[in-house]
Design a protein around this ligand. Structure first.
Ligand SMILES: [Zn+2]
Length: 179
C-alpha cells in the first residue's frame, strides 16, 4: 500500500535555510517552532510558506504529546528537548497515526533519537541539499556546562544529562542565491 509522505520541520531546518517551496511533499510544522525563529529572513520564509498554504502549521493532540514525553524519558532525551521539539515529534506521530509517512527533518540528535524510539522516520538536513552549514552550540541543559562541537560523548561529564545542540549561527557553504 502506498502511504503519503509528509515532511515535518523543526527549528533547525528553518534556521539552516530549508525552503518549503523546494519540495513536492506536504510540509508541516508547529506553532512553537515559529517562536524559536529569531532571524527575520527565516521568519519571513516561514510566514510566506504558511500564508500561501505550502506550509501547514498544526498543534498536535495532547495524547501524542504525552507519548513523545514518555518515549523521551525512556531514551534519556527528555531534558534535552524544547517544547517545540516535543510538538514537532508529537505532530509527526499524529500524522503517522493518520496513515501518513511522516519524515522529521532535523539535525538535532535528541529529536532523531526520540524519533527512532517512536518508529518515526527522520532525515538530516544534508538529505535535502541544504547549502548552509550550522555551527552548533553543544551544552548540558541541566547544569549549563558548554562543550566543544566535536565532543564525542552523548552525556554531560558533570551530571550525566544527555547533551543538547542548538544552532549557533549558519555559514554559507557553496553558492546560494540570496533569500
Ligand atoms: Zn551537566
Amino acid at each position: 500500500m502506498l502511504t503519503k509522505k509528509v515532511i515535518v520541520l523543526d527549528s533547525s531546518a528553518f534556521i539552516a535555510g530549508f525552503d518549503p517551496f523546494s519540495i513536492k511533499d506536504e510540509v508541516y510544522s508547529v506553532p512553537l517552532v515559529k517562536m524559536e525563529l529569531k532571524d527575520s529572513m527565516v521568519l519571513f520564509r516561514f510566514e510566506t510558506a504558511l500564508s500561501n498554504g505550502t506550509l501547514k502549521v498544526v498543534i498536535p493532540l495532547e495524547e501524542f504529546v504525552e507519548r513523545v514525553v514518555e518515549a523521551s524519558k525512556k531514551t534519556g532525551d527528555y531534558r534535552s528537548l524544547s517544547n517545540a521539539d516535543i510538538q514537532v515529534l508529537a505532530l509527526a506521530l499524529q500524522l503517522k497515526n493518520e496513515g501518513k509517512t511522516a519524515v522529521v527533518v532535523t539535525d538535532d540528535y535528541s529529536i532523531q533519537n526520540v524519533a527512532s524510539q517512536l518508529g518515526l522516520e527522520f532525515a538530516p538536513l544534508a538529505t535535502f541539499g541544504i547549502k548552509f552549514h550550522l555551527d552548533w552550540l553543544l551544552y548540558c541543559p541541566a547544569c549549563k556546562r558548554k562543550y566543544p562541537a566535536d565532543y564525542k560523548r552523548r552525556e554531560c561529564e558533570t551530571c550525566g544529562t544527555v547533551l543538547k545542540r542548538k544552532p549557533l549561527k549558519k555559514r554559507i557553504i557553496g553558492k546560494k542565491k540570496q533569500n
